[in-house]
Write a protein that binds this ligand. Sequence first.
Ligand code: NAP
Length: 341
Amino acid sequence: MTDKKVRWGILGAARVNERMLPAILEASNSQLIAIASRRAGAAKLTLEKYAPDKFDVTCYDDLDALITDENIEAIYCPMANKEHVEWAIKAINSGKHVLIEKPMALNLNDIIAIEAAAIENKVKVMEGFMYRFHPQHSRIKEIVESGIIGDVLSCRASYSFLMRAARMYRIESDIKHGGGAMWDIGPYAIHSLRWCFGQEPKTVIAHAELNGVGADLVTSGVLDFGKDAKGRARFGHFDISFERSRKSEYEIIGTKGWVKCHAAWVFQNDVPNISWGLEDGKYTEERFAPSNHFVLEIEHFSDCVLNNKAPYLTFDDAKANCIVINAILQSVESGKRIYLD
Ligand SMILES: NC(=O)c1ccc[n+]([C@@H]2O[C@H](COP(=O)([O-])OP(=O)(O)OC[C@H]3O[C@@H](n4cnc5c(N)ncnc54)[C@H](OP(=O)(O)O)[C@@H]3O)[C@@H](O)[C@H]2O)c1
């Protein structure tokens, strides 16, 4: 064991820092060195808001100053979705390891470019799906792999929250520029479904309701994962919305039972629990001790940096998610089923 800590910088005074900034402070193998924003004073305000007692963190009013800060080893990039590629590549080319918020990028070529830069600069890069670091998901996988719910034939993922007036700027750009629900909460839904089946869909079909600027407020669709060894259809269903109350659940349904994650976004006062039921009526609920998946995500990434390990979430995973999301958007636009292989 070593008590060495990775020195982090945060690129952007984004709202998500409400969760991530305290997580970097709490992570046992990490240290927050600086935060930067393009808006004068915004980095300082963010620090004062989420870590009022922290005086040894540098606040930059300039993103490049943070990227070139030689004291920083790893950068957390919570820029707007369409900006991830530009700033992640700048940070990578400056020799920094980068944790990029989901979605890593809006198209496959940009992810390929980020990967190439990471290889060239020998740095770690990961897409920031914090939810996956909560232990409830590995428990769900364990239940499925035990065979108790039988063969998995159907999965459904439902993610939503009610967009408040103050956050409306998030739906002021169209889908092509990273706006709307599909690029915001859609990545979770698609990531969950791909993980539930443990493979990639063969076709997708989706419907959406767009606002006046072309951002989707609600999208729903079906991913066809092809037939299983016994010739049975396997579908993944998703629905996401900015017009409904908070939901972040997924359910895996097999031939003998089902298992459900009730809250993939575990908030401070949530008591995370999973439940599962069998054909004979047996119903089980399991609760988990509080654990902060943002802290676990940061500790994992810092561990990869410190000990030269490969990040749990790979470039191939980021590419596959991006391919499916783009196919869904293509289906929304064309009204047609899109074939992926
Ligand atoms: N993992 C999670 O739980 C989670 C949760 C929410 C969002 N996200 C992801 O994190 C990223 C950021 O999302 P977010 O909702 O936190 O973003 P946001 O608040 O909209 O901020 C995005 C960027 O826009 C700039 N910005 C922030 N507030 C602004 C304002 N009032 N006016 C103008 N510019 C402003 C900031 O850069 P400057 O400071 O340089 O201006 C910031 O880095 C997205 O990729 C999103 O998908 C992840």
